[in-house]
Design a protein around this ligand. Structure first.
Ligand code: AHR
Length: 541
């Protein structure tokens, strides 16, 4: 049986847990907004057309910040189209996803939704087809109290109070040739710097994110960050990073997939090294942080074969696009990606899992029908709830598993947080051993004697199907599983669904073994385990 020995020490910390690490992303893409967040005719819709069933799940899963309105969408979008009276808003071609954007849902609706969901809004401006002036006008519309053309326009539209949006992205994935208005690093760096300088004049309280690379595999990766940060270092606060992973077909696909957080670790380390080199060279004093504002499992290679991706069809309103259905295996990987972000809490200030609903979503919803959590929502929710206080440095010794692309990685991926206030330690563990349980021994130096408060396990169902997914209310715990259908995760459109039930299996365990040592056997093909331990009763909410 594989085993790992973890060592942590109370005083050896990475840094405080950044609350914005547990963000998400809402793009005008597919059914994320329309029939996801917003569906006026839905039985649960409130007077604003916002689906309460989705809002309830969002509050449970608990993202802290939500990026909006794109994504590739933003690079061709005119913000003026999605403000003001609905009947005057134009229908437009969305070139990014070859759909029709009705603009029925827009800025004011999003801000209202964000307040109800208790999330911080994070806006992106269009630096693909537009520039400094349009970004300034949008910021003035959103944040200036009144008495000027744009702020009075907002007031005339019914929003007397400014929106007070602090976080702004300077465009999206401008390094990507697929981006409408794609630019070279020099072109983008200059534009981003000019836009940032001017936006700070409108509202000095904002935080700005410059576009980094849309993937570590981009040919321009590294050089892009260097050039963009040389231009923008003094006027931006964060540089972005995006990463999506999938299980490829073939004999090494699973091993690589389970180890892909090693790529995210390396990606972050590379961006930090580049930013710090720019800092040194420019004699800057501030430290750049990373906004990892798109990350997830995404079966991108399947999407690339679809008509929309190949530019053959489209121009529908809110079609089903990349509605990937997440399995237990995917959820394990999502857990390891969250661990990677936590491990870098000293340099990653913001993380946005992409996306929130339907489109590679944590949540799914059906038009006129139910809404439910995908398997990937469980590790997200657990980490968001229990990661408190300080992230601890963690040494892992013991068994490792090999992956052809990312090298060997510990059989159990782990992070730990310590919350002095509540006296609570949280461990987040993902077992990469596919057919075996793994044991974990913990040596916690400088921590009081521990007892287990709570342990949550996400595991494959009794039949051991690692492709099991939460296919909807019929397959939710307490209900009968969906009829067994073969196939794997969903494709674009109504693809085949995986079968059976995925759910959190709460279990209360007492600490056994010598003081300071925890023996935790992970379930067969188990994916993510949360142990919350404390020196006194009562854990985090
Ligand atoms: O999240 C889906 C897409 O992935 C976003 O629109 C884009 O920024 C990224 O390429």
């Amino acid at each position: 049986m594989p085993s790992v020995q973890l060592t942590i020490a109370r005083d050896f910390t990475v840094g405080p847990v950044p609350p914005r690490l547990f963000g998400s992303f809402v793009e005008h893409m597919g059914r994320c907004v329309y029939t996801g967040l917003y569906e006026p005719g839905h039985p649960s819709a409130d007077a604003d057309g916002l689906r309460q069933d989705v809002l309830d799940l969002v509050r449970e899963v608990g993202p802290t910040v939500v990026r909006y309105p794109g994504g590739n969408f933003v690079s061709g979008h005119d913000w003026e189209d999605f403000v003001g009276p609905r009947e005057d808003r134009p229908r437009r071609l969305d070139l990014a996803w070859r759909t029709i954007e009705t603009n029925e849902f827009g800025l004011s609706e999003f801000v209202r939704w964000a307040r109800k969901a208790d999330v911080e809004p994070m806006m992106a401006v269009n630096l693909g087809t537009r520039g400094v002036r349009e970004a300034l006008e949008l910021l003035e519309y959103a944040n200036h109290p009144g008495g000027t053309r744009m702020s009075d326009l907002r007031r005339a539209h019914g929003d007397a109070d400014p929106f007070g949006i602090r976080l702004w992205c300077l465009g999206n994935e401008m390094d990507g040739p697929w981006q409408v208005g794609h630019k070279t690093a020099h072109e983008y760096g200059r534009l981003a710097a000019e836009t940032a300088r001017a936006m700070r004049l409108v509202d000095p309280s904002i935080e700005l994110v410059a576009c980094g690379s849309s993937g570590r595999g981009m040919a321009t990766f590294g050089e892009w960050e260097r050039v963009v940060l040389e231009e923008t270092y003094d006027v931006v606060d964060h540089v972005s990073a995006h990463a999506y992973y999938e299980e490829h077909e073939g004999p090494t696909g699973l091993a690589d997939f389970l180890a892909c957080s090693a790529d995210m670790d390396a990606f972050i380390d590379d961006v930090v090294a580049t930013a710090d080199a720019v800092k040194a060279r420019g004699r800057h004093s501030k430290q750049m942080t990373i906004s990892f504002d798109e990350w997830n499992v995404w079966y991108l290679s399947r999407h690339q074969q679809t008509d929309i991706a190949q530019g053959r069809s489209g121009w529908d309103v809110a079609p089903r696009v990349i509605e990937d259905e997440y399995s237990v295996t995917d959820a394990v990987v999502v857990g390891t990606l969250l661990n990677s972000l936590l491990r870098h809490a000293d340099r990653v200030a913001i993380g946005c899992q992409a996306q929130l609903v339907n489109v590679i979503g944590l949540l799914r919803s059906e038009p006129g029908g139910p809404a439910w959590k995908q398997a990937s929502a469980l590790p997200f929710e657990q980490v968001r709830r229990h990661a408190r206080g300080e992230v601890l440095q963690l040494q892992a010794a013991g068994d490792r598993v090999d992956s052809p692309t990312y090298g060997d990685v510990p059989v159990v991926d782990a992070t730990a947080t310590w919350d002095e206030e509540s006296g609570t330690l949280a461990l987040f563990l993902a077992n990469r051993a596919v057919d075996e349980e793994s044991t974990v021994a913990l040596s916690a130096l400088g921590l009081p004697s521990l007892r287990v408060l709570d342990a949550q396990v996400l595991a494959a169902p009794a039949d051991g199907d690692r492709h099991a997914a939460n296919t909807g209310p019929a397959a939710r715990p307490g209900r009968a599983p969906a009829p067994a259908r073969h196939g794997r995760r969903g494709h674009d459109g109504a693809g085949p669904a995986a079968r059976a039930v995925v759910g959190g299996r709460p279990a209360r365990r007492r600490l056994t073994g010598t003081p300071g040592t925890v023996g935790q056997r992970l379930g067969w093909r188990s994916v993510s385990v949360l142990l919350t331990m404390g020196s006194r009763p009562g854990g985090p909410p």
